[in-house]
Design a protein around this ligand. Structure first.
Ligand SMILES: Cc1cc2nc3c(=O)[nH]c(=O)nc-3n(C[C@H](O)[C@H](O)[C@H](O)COP(=O)(O)O)c2cc1C
Length: 195
C-alpha cells in the first residue's frame, strides 16, 4: 500500500499543527502503516502561488497525493479559517484529487473558540475535492501542545487519546475500504421499489 500522505499546512517551524501529524505518524507506524510528510512550506513559493504543477517538487507532491489511500491534513487556524499556505496547495490540485480517499482533518488554534473552523471552513473544501469519507476532525488549542526547543513536542493526555482514536478510525474505516469504482450495476430484476 502506498504511504498515507500527511499534509502540513503551517508556514511556521516549529509548528503545533505539524506536531499533531508527527503523533499520527507514530500511531500509524505502530500499525505498520507507512506515512509520508508533505511540508507545504517547503514547496517553491512562486510555483505554489502560480499554481505551476509542472514544477518538479509540486508535481511530486501531487503524485504522492494521488497515490495515497488516505490523507491527514493539518492546519493552524488563521483568521478563523485554515492557513492560506494550505489553500495555495489545495487550489492547484485537480478537481477530484481526493476522489475515493479518506481524509482526517486536524487543526490547532490559539483558543478553543475556533474549533468549528475545521467543519465550516476546511471540510467543504475537502468535500469539493471529492473526498469519499471525511472523518471527524481533531482540534487542539495551543495550551494542549507544548513545543520544546529541541524540536520535540508534548501533547496533553486528553488530546493524545483523541488522536489515537482518530488514527484507529482512519485505520479501520479508511484504510480497509475497497477502492471506489463507481456503482456496481444492478440487474433490473433485482430492483425493488416501494412507495
Ligand atoms: C496570522 C495568524 C492568525 C491566527 N488566527 C487565529 C484565529 O483566528 N483563531 C485562533 O484560535 N488562533 C489563531 N492564530 C493562532 C494559531 O492558530 C495557533 O497558534 C496555531 O496553533 C499555530 O499553529 P502552527 O504552530 O502549526 O503554525 C493565528 C495565528 C496567526 C499567526
Amino acid at each position: 500500500m502506498p504511504p498515507v500522505l500527511l499534509i502540513a499546512g503551517s508556514p511556521s517551524a516549529p509548528s503545533r499543527s505539524t506536531a499533531l501529524l508527527h503523533a499520527v505518524a507514530d500511531h500509524l507506524a505502530q500499525r505498520d502503516v507507512e506515512a509520508q510528510l508533505l511540508q507545504v512550506r517547503d514547496l517553491p513559493a512562486a510555483s505554489l502561488l502560480a499554481a505551476d504543477t509542472t514544477a518538479p517538487a509540486i508535481a511530486k507532491a501531487v503524485d504522492a497525493l494521488a497515490a495515497a489511500p488516505a490523507i491527514v491534513v493539518a492546519t493552524p487556524v488563521y483568521k478563523a479559517a485554515y492557513s492560506g499556505l494550505l489553500k495555495t496547495f489545495l487550489d492547484l490540485l485537480p478537481q477530484t484529487a481526493l476522489k475515493g480517499k479518506t481524509v482526517l482533518p486536524l487543526a490547532t488554534g490559539g483558543s478553543p473558540h475556533h474549533m468549528l473552523a475545521l467543519d465550516y471552513a476546511l471540510r467543504p473544501v475537502l468535500q469539493s475535492l471529492g473526498a469519499r469519507h471525511i472523518l471527524p476532525g481533531v482540534y487542539a488549542s495551543d495550551a494542549q501542545v507544548t513545543l520544546v526547543p529541541e524540536g520535540a513536542y508534548r501533547l496533553q493526555d486528553e488530546l493524545a487519546l483523541r488522536l489515537a482514536e482518530a488514527v484507529n478510525t482512519l485505520a479501520t474505516e479508511g484504510l480497509q475500504r475497497p477502492p471506489v469504482h463507481g456503482f456496481a450495476p444492478v440487474a433490473f430484476s433485482d430492483v425493488r421499489c416501494s412507495v
